[in-house]
Design a protein around this ligand. Structure first.
Ligand code: ANZ
Ligand code: ZN
Length: 796
């Protein structure tokens, strides 16, 4: 047998797997459970970088593992092909977005194939394909008919560089998530999705999901539910009142003034009517100027100006504190935001930091009403705890307990060409009318000038022939909607389409969705936590309520992967010159090397930042060469050296356990430990069968070389074999049983690997049911591990 020629074997097996349809998934296989392994589909950027390899080839390890473990795995792939990223790139290259996108998808398919991933290409989809977006349009109309998609006027985020509006989620620190340009506020009539209707369920249903806690927490923070109350403050001498949102109704007796946001309706009305109140008349000009100035500020600036609070008093107007009937002054100040709560606050300078700064500056009274979590200076509520008082005081003043959310409705229309046309016809007489189902899809027309425009309209507005239609209801002259859908709408349901990608009658048949949904494992980028991951959960819930989806949650398990960074520790970027070209390495060292290296670089289940190390790549390549060499030195012996056999079975155990937890790096370490021993002992003492077991362990990671070496002794693909099981008898001495004492008394025992770290042990022990019941409400003061003997926990 000659040397390890990665090129030859990688091409050979990729062709053969494809020819044999090895990864084409049936919907049902007798005796096997289905497992839907999903990875976020790429946008057709045109070139696969290391990040793509990390996303796809490493998720492939998991897909292959599950398949070897006896599950019927679906691992589909497609393209998130509409939208800003693809279109901006096309424009930069002076190309038509359609040509650019299709050309890139071709290139990327070849590159994706070079990974040797077990993608089921028969299910491939592209969101820019009319056979796909017909159903995006259909689903949009279902939401529209239920009132979940609507058009409304409002202040929206506008990116002056991308020349389109953006969703709140696409504005990062005040800048466009795509191009980094500072975002402006504009009043525009836009299409929205009522995701806010689902705010509570989007939070509460997280409990049932097997997701990392950080992801759940980020979604909760983004939705930002605050429990509080709305309380009306009458305006003295006027027939009106001002509603404030507060999370602290228990501090009502400590309210010494009110503050309105500059955008508040009450202020607007005062300025419009030039209020007749003579006392105020003097100050109105000052108020007008203040409002104008602060509206020019960006929200971020307003929030950032923490130490220098500004504001003006509405002189001559007083509000009445409904708790003690005291008259209190009203200010306009921009530390109160127009778009949150009611845009008005009851200020409690004794207990709120921001109010305190303001009160100090404007010499306003500060009244303490809480001491040691108990109410004081609060009349008949004195002595109550804060928690008790919240509800009681709210009730007393006729207020309403209510929740407030940071989440806003999802803005989905874009003034851009390369997107799914919104299937609505505007008729002067009938309003916004859905395109009849028989006319779907409304195809995106070819136009000459697809460049974005400055006037807030989509380039499609110029496509007269396309725009002018008859109203489906009254048959009078009408016009098509010319905005397109944000690409995040396209990607909000693609996981359903994968179950039935060729269906022309439905977006996916109920039967197919029943076989595959919910997704068992979803691997993706951390940047999607509060975008795609939130949107698609909403979409699935809305479809569930419409009877169109079978589950209310789409993804059982989610993994946010880490980031591969440059050798210099910086994010890879062309300008820094630290970009690693995977194609070049695949050519030189092989796909198996790249896969093995990336799985070795760090625990896949921890979204860390891992720097690329050229020496590490070479080291991994050498490891594969050693495997190759060992294989050619195998003898016909049927007995494996007993020590080596033990290490093999330890390897099965360790690799199975760690691979199941996506800790792929420890799997590779274990394979290396095994190889070291195999090379040390008498080589003739590994049976072909036992070497085959080693190849099975290697197969998900380095599929080509494993398949090649396996084929020397087997007719069927290694990927049709069964994942090896370890022999209990061969791994026992590796484990120790430890007694667990709590405050000196033995309360249980635990069997663990002899080399377990104290940290791992502590985590395991404290979580154990028979132990945790002794720890309730108590603090663990000491955790002592007497190695190999016992654990002693001191609590108090
Ligand atoms: C009285 C009070 C007393 C408050 C106290 C807090 C502490 P979250 O948790 O973010 O929901 N607030 C309400 N609307 C606001 C707006 N439009 N702009 C700026 N601040 C606003 O915060 C809710 C609290 O933030 C509310 O509760 C209100 O101040 C303020 F010891 O009311 B609080
Ligand atoms: Zn009409």
């Amino acid at each position: 047998m000659s040397g390890y020629d990665h090129k030859k074997i990688e091409n050979k097996w990729q062709d053969k797997w494809q020819k044999d349809n090895l990864y084409v998934t049936e919907d049902k296989v007798k005796g096997k459970d289905n497992f839907y392994c999903l990875v976020e589909f790429p946008y057709p950027s045109g070139n696969l970088h290391v990040g793509h390899w990390y996303a796809f080839s490493i998720t492939d390890i998991y897909a292959r593992l599950k398949s070897l473990q006896g599950l019927n795995v679906m691992f589909p792939i497609g393209f998130d092909a509409f939208g800003l990223p693809a279109e901006n790139a096309a424009i930069k290259h002076n190309l038509n977005p359609r040509d650019w996108t299709y050309k890139n998808m071709d290139t990327m398919k070849t590159q994706l194939r070079s990974m040797g991933a077990s993608f089921d290409w028969s299910k491939e989809l592209a969101t820019c394909d009319p056979s796909y977006y017909k159903w995006t349009q259909w689903l949009f109309l279902e939401l529209f008919k239920k009132g979940l998609a609507y058009q409304a006027n409002g202040s929206v985020n506008w990116c002056p560089s991308c020349k389109t509006v953006l969703a709140n989620e696409q504005v990062v620190s005040g800048a466009c998530e795509r191009c980094g340009t500072e975002v402006e506020k504009k009043e525009m009539n836009q299409w929205m999705i009522k995701i806010t209707d689902y705010a509570d369920r989007l939070i509460d249903d997280l409990d049932e999901l097997n997701w990392p806690e950080e992801i759940k927490q980020s979604q909760k923070n983004w939705i930002g539910r605050s429990q509080g109350a709305e309380i009306d403050f009458p305006v003295s001498g006027m027939d009106s009142s001002i509603k404030a949102f507060t999370t602290r109704p228990d501090t009502l007796f400590g309210v010494t003034y009110m503050v309105l946001a500059p955008e508040h309706e009450f202020v607007k009305r005062l300025l419009e009517n030039k209020n007749p109140n003579p006392a105020l008349h003097d100050g109105l000009e000052e108020v007008e100027k203040y409002v104008k100035d602060s509206l020019k500020k960006k929200e971020l600036e307003r929030l950032a100006d923490t130490n220098n609070k500004t504001g003006v008093e509405l002189k001559g107007i007083k509000a009445i504190n409904p708790a003690n009937k005291e008259e209190i002054p009203i200010y306009v100040a921009d530390y109160v935001l127009g778009g949150y709560g009611t845009g008005a606050i009851m200020a409690v300078p004794a207990h709120d930091e921001r109010d305190n700064q303001f009160a100090e500056k404007f010499n306003l009274p500060i009244k303490n009403v809480i001491e040691n979590d108990v109410l004081i200076n609060s009349d008949k509520f004195n002595g109550l705890s804060s928690e008790e008082a919240k509800e009681k005081i709210t009730k007393e003043v006729g207020g309403k307990l209510t929740n407030n959310y940071k989440l806003r409705d999802w803005l989905i229309s874009r003034q851009r060409y390369w997107g799914c046309p919104i299937p609505i016809i505007h008729c002067k007489k009938c309003g916004a009318i859905p395109v009849p189902e028989k006319d779907l899809p409304i195809e995106l027309p070819e136009i000459d000038n697809y460049l974005p425009r400055d006037d807030g309209k989509s380039p499609l507005a110029k496509a007269d022939d396309w725009v002018k239609v008859k109203c489906p209801t009254c048959n009078e002259d009408a016009e098509r909607e010319t905005d397109t859908l944000d690409t995040f709408v396209d990607s909000s349901w693609y996981f359903l389409r994968y179950t039935d990608p060729k269906n022309t009658e439905e977006f996916a048949s109920k039967d197919k969705m029943k076989e595959w949904m919910p997704v068992d494992f979803y691997s993706g980028g951390a940047e999607h936590t509060t975008m795609h991951l939130l949107y698609s959960r909403f979409f699935n819930k809305a479809l569930f309520d419409l009877g169109l989806a079978k589950d209310s949650e789409p993804y059982k398990e989610r993994l946010n992967r880490g980031l591969i960074i440059g050798t210099d520790g910086n994010k890879m970027s062309k300008s820094k010159g630290n970009v690693i070209d995977p194609d070049e390495i695949v050519e030189r060292l092989g796909a198996d090397t790249v896969r093995l290296y990336l799985s070795f670089i760090g625990p896949y289940n921890e979204a860390g930042q891992y720097p690329w190390d050229p020496n590490g790549v070479v080291g991994v390549r050498r490891f594969l060469e050693r495997v190759w060499k060992l294989s050619s030195n195998l003898s016909d012996s049927t007995e494996t050296d007993p020590e080596l056999k033990k290490e093999l079975h330890k390897s099965i155990k360790k690799i199975t356990e760690n691979a199941n937890k996506l800790k792929f790096n420890t799997c590779i370490s274990q394979m290396m430990i095994f190889m070291n021993l195999a090379e040390k002992s008498n080589l003739s003492n590994i049976s072909k069968e036992d070497f085959g077991i080693f190849l099975q362990l290697l197969a998900p990671f380095a599929p080509h070389i494993a398949e090649e070496l396996w084929s020397l002794n087997n007719k069927e693909s290694i990927f049709l074999s069964n994942w090896p099981k370890y022999d209990e008898g061969l791994v026992v001495d590796d484990e120790v049983t430890l007694a667990i004492q709590i405050n000196g008394k033995v309360r249980g025992q635990v069997t663990v690997p002899h080399d377990i770290s104290e940290e791992e042990l502590k985590e395991l022990v404290l979580k154990k049911e028979e132990i945790s019941k002794w720890l309730e409400d108590k603090e663990v003061k000491k955790f002592i591990y007497v190695e190999g003997k016992l654990i002693s926990v001191v609590v108090g």
